[in-house]
Design a protein around this ligand. Sequence first.
Ligand SMILES: NC(=O)c1ccc[n+]([C@@H]2O[C@H](COP(=O)([O-])OP(=O)(O)OC[C@H]3O[C@@H](n4cnc5c(N)ncnc54)[C@H](O)[C@@H]3O)[C@@H](O)[C@H]2O)c1
Length: 347
Amino acid sequence: MIEQFKGKTALITGGMGFIGSNLAIKLAELGAKVTILDAMIPDYGGNVFNVTESEKIRINFCDIRDPSAVDWLVRGQDYVFHLAGQVCHLMSLSNPFPDIEMNITGTAIVMEALRKHNPNAIVVYTGTRGQYGSVVSMPVNEEAPTNPKGIYEISNLTAEKIIKVYNDVHGIRSCSLRLSNIYGPRSQMMHSRFGVANWFIRLAMDNDTIQVFGDGTILRDFCYVDDCVDAILRVATTPECYGEIFNVGSDIPVSFRELCDAIVKVAKSGRWQFAEFSPERKAQEPGDFYSDISKIERFTGWRPKTTLEEGIAKTIEYYAKHRDQYWTKPEKTLPASDKEKVTATKR
Ligand SMILES: NC(=O)c1ccc[n+]([C@@H]2O[C@H](COP(=O)([O-])OP(=O)(O)OC[C@H]3O[C@@H](n4cnc5c(N)ncnc54)[C@H](O)[C@@H]3O)[C@@H](O)[C@H]2O)c1
């Protein structure tokens, strides 16, 4: 895989954000010429500290909803990693339009640009495990029914289906991932609306109290960002993956209590306590989830390599060095409601 990116070109939409910036840095290390497209939407994860422009990484501040910009930027790209979009489940419940405009229309704009100007590019799209909604049995494989619980999840599922149509009908080699809870360096740490593991890490680093809704037994599969980037690169370079959908997560489920214990232990600061679910949170909570990752393992050999403790330690190490680039004092940056209502319902 390492050789396959040497001298290649890659466009990353959403490349200033959490996963996109880690991907950009890795691709540049592997010898690819990377172009980032990012609109730096306020409150999302875009951060100019995440990536430094260089000979290997070019940055374009523009929006996937602008067809002329996208038409231009897709030209000559060997790979297009489509990560830009509305990223917040909670926001999608009070305003559905950013999801529709960014995740559905935006994806159609990217795929149309490719159809017209660069149909030979290989595309990877990052959707969410939330597309499954509440599940009846675990681990959840790609054949499980999709019952999205919010507009964010519906719009991700729609984007995935748009991409599949362009693969099947227009021959644009593409593949879609359903990511579980990804955590690690370069995620936004300003608020708790998405990225629950990172948020808990911030609270522990601030020697604060993590509030866990319910009895803390809800299960998730947390995946360290380097492993997620590895999965993205492997599917991109495995022709059998084109036209397919893959879960990316971990088959080792972790309860929120276990997550908090691990964070507090590794951080050597902070604490956690139980908190009552608010009725709204309770209604939105999809319940336990962990991924069956055997399909991506079968196709590409991918498995997550980073243990939870290692991932937490690396994350803390990064933010301990660069905290001031991601958050300032908690009292100043956070509304009280955000600080108190940390829940188990994030992506
Ligand atoms: N992080 C996770 O745990 C997770 C889980 C499931 C799915 N995903 C999906 O992975 C993708 C990347 O997520 P992330 O965690 O890196 O998010 P992020 O918020 O850190 O990064 C997203 C980036 O996209 C940019 N962006 C958003 N809308 C844009 C637009 N219209 N035009 C151009 N740029 C735009 C933002 O400015 C931001 O920099 C998203 O599609 C997200 O839904 C992430």
